[in-house]
Design a binder for this molecule. Structure first.
Ligand code: AMP
Length: 400
């Protein structure tokens, strides 16, 4: 069933609790990259423009001791948000109590308030009590009592059951998705539940073990699953091929065999690789077909594989990509990843969905990100979503 979204809510004069993802890189109080704050602006502006009082909660980093707190304050984030919105933002340096409650009571329609890092609640009186990340029922109930409606726009934490997402939602009559969350549900959820065919998945990255759930789930949904990256060579080993010194998970070879048997020709492995003498950009390297020769390690897919993958992709109507095709951090082994990213940018008839830090970095570096349908904002959350798991943060959003 479709989920309630912020545009379904009556917001005028309401205290709107909003779980956003302001988990930005921060060092000595200086924000390294404010992409996540910028990404949250559409939902915040919508609430403000519709007369809601926006009360924002987010976690920032991991708080395990009292000493972690000062460096992980939300104050610089609130200041940046104020600059981006071009209006005052009230920052409350606490997560509960009279100061917070009074500040909320003092809000006018259209005002914005940011409370302190929700993970400050993980440490109380010097003890690591995990009230936020352990979803303490009293904490969720308390935060819920501060608002009239709840908007969850933090997809990055949707795979976790925390007080600030699931805890609040379970104490509210209405929980809606923000626009970012709505887009994740539409594209990733849509691809997994109801894809337009042909549906092609491209899965790369270092290890089979990290992606096994995704491979399994997508083999049952997709028409083709293209494999690249380091995990290729565990599959090669399972087929009895030579892998030289390539990355391999020996304890996953049997599993890889099972997958190959089950998948038949649905699973497509690279037919050639760029192989190098050492894990080094400047090491002697060459392209080989099939077996990886002794003394070499495979660090990228080769040109024939790129061509084969593109042939499969060109008729696709839905494409999901997660994980690089090679060691794309080194320029000599980046071509597979960059060519696939570039090609996705040309598929104007397909829904193209990219998840995972490395694939996202690749499409951004190529400048094709805005040609794609959706770039996921959540690493762990998007993988679990692709595995077909129910994400507690999404399950807790009200149905329409
Ligand atoms: P993951 O976090 O599982 O998505 O893996 C990403 C990492 O896998 C990147 O840092 C890549 O450099 C690495 N990687 C991709 N292909 C290979 C390969 N053939 N051999 C070793 N590492 C690889």
């Amino acid at each position: 069933m479709a989920k309630l979204t912020v545009s379904d809510l009556e917001l005028q004069g309401k205290k709107v609790l909003m779980r956003v993802d302001f988990n930005v890189p921060i060092k000595d109080g200086v924000i390294g990259n404010d992409n996540r704050i910028v990404a949250a602006l559409p939902t915040i502006k919508y609430v403000v423009e519709h007369g809601g009082k926006a009360i924002l909660l987010s976690h920032l980093g991991r708080v395990k001791t009292e000493d972690d707190k000062p460096g992980l304050s939300m104050r610089p984030v609130a200041e940046r948000l104020s600059n981006l919105l071009n209006k005052p933002v009230t920052f409350v340096p606490t997560t509960e109590g009279k100061q917070l409650e009074d500040a909320i009571d003092g809000l006018n329609d259209g005002d914005v308030l940011v409370m302190e890092n929700t993970r400050y609640e993980d440490v109380k009186d010097g003890k690591y009590v995990k009230r936020e990340s352990g979803n303490d029922p009293e904490l969720g109930k308390y935060w819920a009592s501060l608002g009239d409606v709840f908007v969850n726009d933090a997809f990055g934490t949707a795979h976790r059951s925390h007080a600030s997402n699931v805890g609040i939602a379970s104490n509210m009559t209405q929980t809606a998705a923000g626009f970012l969350m709505e887009k994740e549900i539409k594209f990733i959820g849509g691809a997994v539940d109801n894809p337009e065919h042909p549906f092609v998945a491209i899965l790369g990255g270092a290890k089979v073990s990290d992606k096994i759930g995704v491979i399994d789930n997508l083999l049952s949904k997709a028409d083709k699953v293209l494999i690249g990256g380091g995990m290729t060579y565990t599959f090669y080993a399972a087929k009895g091929m030579k892998i030289g010194n390539s990355l391999v998970e020996k304890d996953k070879i049997d599993l890889a065999k099972e997958i190959l048997d089950k998948a038949g020709d649905k699973l497509v492995l690279p037919e050639d690789s760029v192989v190098a003498e050492k894990f080094d950009n400047d090491a002697p390297h060459k392209t080989v077909e099939g077996d990886v020769p002794d003394g070499y390690m495979a660090l990228d897919i080769g040109p024939k594989s790129i061509k084969t993958f593109e042939d499969v992709l060109k008729t696709a109507k839905t494409v999901v990509w997660n994980g690089p095709m090679g060691v794309f951090e080194m320029s000599n082994y980046a071509e597979g990843t960059l060519e696939i990213g570039k090609f996705l940018g040309t598929l104007s008839d397909a829904k193209t969905i990219v998840g995972g830090g490395d694939s996202t970095a690749a499409v951004q570096q190529l400048g094709v990100a805005d040609k794609l349908s959706h770039i996921s904002t959540g690493g762990g959350a998007s993988l679990e979503y692709l595995e077909g798991k129910t994400l507690p943060g999404i399950a807790a959003i009200s149905d329409k």
